[in-house]
Write a protein that binds this ligand. Structure first.
Ligand SMILES: Nc1ncnc2c1ncn2[C@@H]1O[C@H](COP(=O)(O)OP(=O)(O)OP(=O)(O)O)[C@@H](O)[C@H]1O
Ligand SMILES: [Mg+2]
Length: 236
């Protein structure tokens, strides 16, 4: 059984159909990349999985449970975390307060403290800045905070929407290294990216989305070698 199974998903904004029958699976332990150009529907798919949008047709199964109609906050407590596009940290709260917000579905104070310690180990820069207002962090630091906040819910799967957007090449590398280490520590990853090259370089498998349809899927390393992918997405 796949950890996450999206089946025949159709999503509309009013009369406009943004997702036109998308199916894919994420297995436990995998890093799956969903790549595609601006407006292809990547964010719409993530929002539908996490309960922020309702599909007109199709279903989303998570660990064998149909979550198609489950509200977003419940989905978080089931073990799915979402790092939204554009980070969306709470600008007027400190780094520490943002991280604590990420644990809002959890009760055990000692365990929350333990998670906080682990997050600070993974992101030393967040610990250095724990009392700084999140709105004054740099773009890369905000991305780390958004990831750290998502990890505070101790998810089984983490969905990330364009984590590399707007970051310098060095920071992009740093963020991708962190995604790999999150994966190695046992969290399944669904990664949405326009940076196809970097996404494919860390993913196990990938799906290519074009105007609401999946047009190609396969092992990430095969897609990296594919001529049409090279031309359309890798700038080669
Ligand atoms: N709230 C909305 N109302 C109407 N149309 C929307 C809305 N949000 C997205 N769309 C449209 O749905 C389509 C898919 O958008 P989506 O944001 O999912 O794309 P994306 O692949 O995430 O793009 P990007 O890489 O630019 O983030 C686009 O044509 C977009 O204009
Ligand atoms: Mg998007």
């Amino acid at each position: 059984m796949a950890m996450l199974e999206v089946k025949d998903l159709e999503v509309y904004y009013g009369v406009i159909q943004a997702i036109k029958g998308v199916s894919f699976q994420v297995n436990k332990g995998e890093v799956i990349a969903l790549i595609g150009a601006n407006g292809a529907g990547k964010t719409t798919i993530l929002h539908t999985i996490t309960g922020l949008l309702s599909p007109k047709k199709g279903s989303v199964m998570f660990e064998g449970t149909d979550i198609t109609k489950v509200p977003a906050h419940k989905i978080v407590s089931m073990g799915m975390a979402h790092v939204p596009e554009g980070r969306r940290v709470f600008a007027d709260l400190s780094v520490y307060e943002n991280l604590k917000m990420g644990a809002y579905t959890r009760k055990d104070k000692a365990e929350i403290e333990e998670s906080l310690k682990q997050i600070y180990e993974r992101f030393p820069r967040l610990e250095e800045r724990k009392n700084q207002m999140a709105g004054t962090l740099s773009g890369g630091e905000q991305q780390m905070l958004a990831m750290g906040r998502a990890l505070m819910s101790r998810p089984q799967i983490i969905l990330m929407d364009e984590p590399s957007m707007g970051l310098s090449p060095i920071l992009v590398n740093e963020i991708f290294n962190i995604i790999e280490s999150v994966s190695k520590s046992g969290t399944t990853v669904l990664l949405v990216e326009q940076n196809a090259k970097k996404a494919l370089s860390i993913a196990d498998r990938a799906y290519v989305l074009e105007t609401g349809n999946i047009v190609m899927e396969g092992k990430a390393k095969d897609l990296l070698e594919d001529d049409s992918i090279k031309k359309a997405y890798l700038g080669e």
